[in-house]
Design a protein around this ligand. Structure first.
Ligand code: TPP
Ligand code: MG
Length: 348
């Protein structure tokens, strides 16, 4: 039987706030900061920065606060907040954006390819992370681990065949996986309505049940993930989880994001739905923190990011010899490797 829970089933729970800090939300905002979008657009250094997650921060932060280090996460290219939340550092992400040695992939992965031991990236091929996520869940089940895999994908990836193939196998074998659709209303410049016959992404799992939650509300996201994790850990098989969210910036740095949607729409979303402002408002209203305390946290987060920017800029570029390293899993590399030409052979 299909069970479609709605947002009311994962209503914000004030108690959950104890485990959710404004600090981590502020930090997840990362950079090039949306405090200064004009300035960063003018700064050529950051033109390498690709897909930013501004206004979508509540997804990564809510997710991380409701899972454990044993759970495994994989997403597409909009990966910066996940990388930081899953054990990375702001300096590590920024250095990677600049192609420096201190980057989390030693400057060789770039904006879209950042990993930690329990975060499998950072993947540039739209949709390809979904079957890999099913593989992660298969491994968890095979090893008898009480943990879940979370495979995130966008509304633009949702119509791919490999996504439905993954759903089928995950349900067939009742794998412990949550398929998380980050519905930010657009896939590049195409609105969800123009690309998907059914935009209720949580209903598209056939025999897999789904829930839909407000992706702009940190408490809703963490509660939805908590529910989904418990579902899969209990051995009930996969679950679909749709977060309805919004992308503040364009698809990437090369997309101003204003040709296929109006400036008014973007401004309205920012002024009414910003997950960081929303959390701040709630914390104040509920008497959890004062405006001054929240401002101090925000200031501290900005100072940390500014310091990381300087650290990243000071980091060295990879050496030429680094082109030959990090190709094979440690200890499994062959004694030599061929380059672009037959004569170009590197002996380790
Ligand atoms: C297989 C594949 N096809 C096309 C692209 C180019 N591409 C990159 S992102 C994207 C849109 C994906 O939409 P969505 O998942 O909603 O991402 P969003 O723009 O919201 O980040 C496309 C078509 C790609 N990277 N890989
Ligand atoms: Mg999208």
């Amino acid at each position: 039987m299909l069970v479609h829970f709605h947002e009311s089933r994962v209503l914000p729970c004030r108690v959950a706030l104890l485990g959710v800090t404004v600090w981590s939300v502020s930090k997840a905002r990362l950079l090039p900061s949306r405090h200064r979008p004009g300035a960063c657009a003018r700064d050529a250094t950051w033109q390498r920065a690709d897909a930013l997650a501004a206004l979508q921060e509540a997804v990564a932060v809510g997710l991380e606060h409701s899972i454990t280090p044993e759970d495994l996460v994989i997403t597409a290219y909009r990966c910066h907040p996940f990388a930081v939340m899953r054990g990375g550092t702001v300096t590590g992400v920024l250095s990677e954006l600049l192609g420096r040695q201190d980057g989390m992939s030693h400057g060789k992965g770039g904006s879209m390819h950042i990993f930690t031991p329990n975060f499998f990236g950072g993947n540039g091929i739209v949709g390809a992370q979904v079957p890999v996520g099913a593989g992660l869940a298969f491994a968890l089940k095979y090893k008898g681990k009480a943990a879940s895999a979370f495979a995130l994908y966008g509304d633009g990836a949702s119509n791919q065949g490999q996504v439905f193939e993954s759903f089928n196998m995950a349900k067939l074998w009742d794998l412990p996986i949550v398929f998380v659709c980050e519905n930010n209303k657009y896939g590049m410049g195409t609105s969800a309505e123009r690309s998907s016959a059914n935009t209720e992404y949580f209903t598209r799992g056939d025999k897999i049940p789904g829930i839909q939650a407000n992706g702009m509300d940190i408490v809703a996201t963490s509660q939805a993930v908590k529910y989904a994790r418990e579902w899969t850990i209990a051995g009930k098989g996969p679950l679909l989880l749709e977060f309805v969210t919004y992308r503040y910036g364009g698809h990437s740095m090369s997309d101003p994001g204003t040709t296929y949607r109006t400036r008014e729409e973007v401004q309205r979303m920012r002024s009414t739905q910003d997950p960081i402002r929303g959390l701040q408002r709630n914390l104040e209203e509920w008497g959890v923190a004062t405006e001054a305390e929240l401002k101090a946290i925000d200031k501290e987060a900005k100072a940390t990011v500014d310091k990381s920017v300087e650290e990243a800029k000071a980091s060295a570029f990879p050496k030429e010899v680094d082109l030959w390293t990090d190709i094979y899993y440690k200890g499994t590399a062959p004694p030599f490797m061929r380059g672009r030409e037959r004569e170009e052979v590197h002996h380790y």
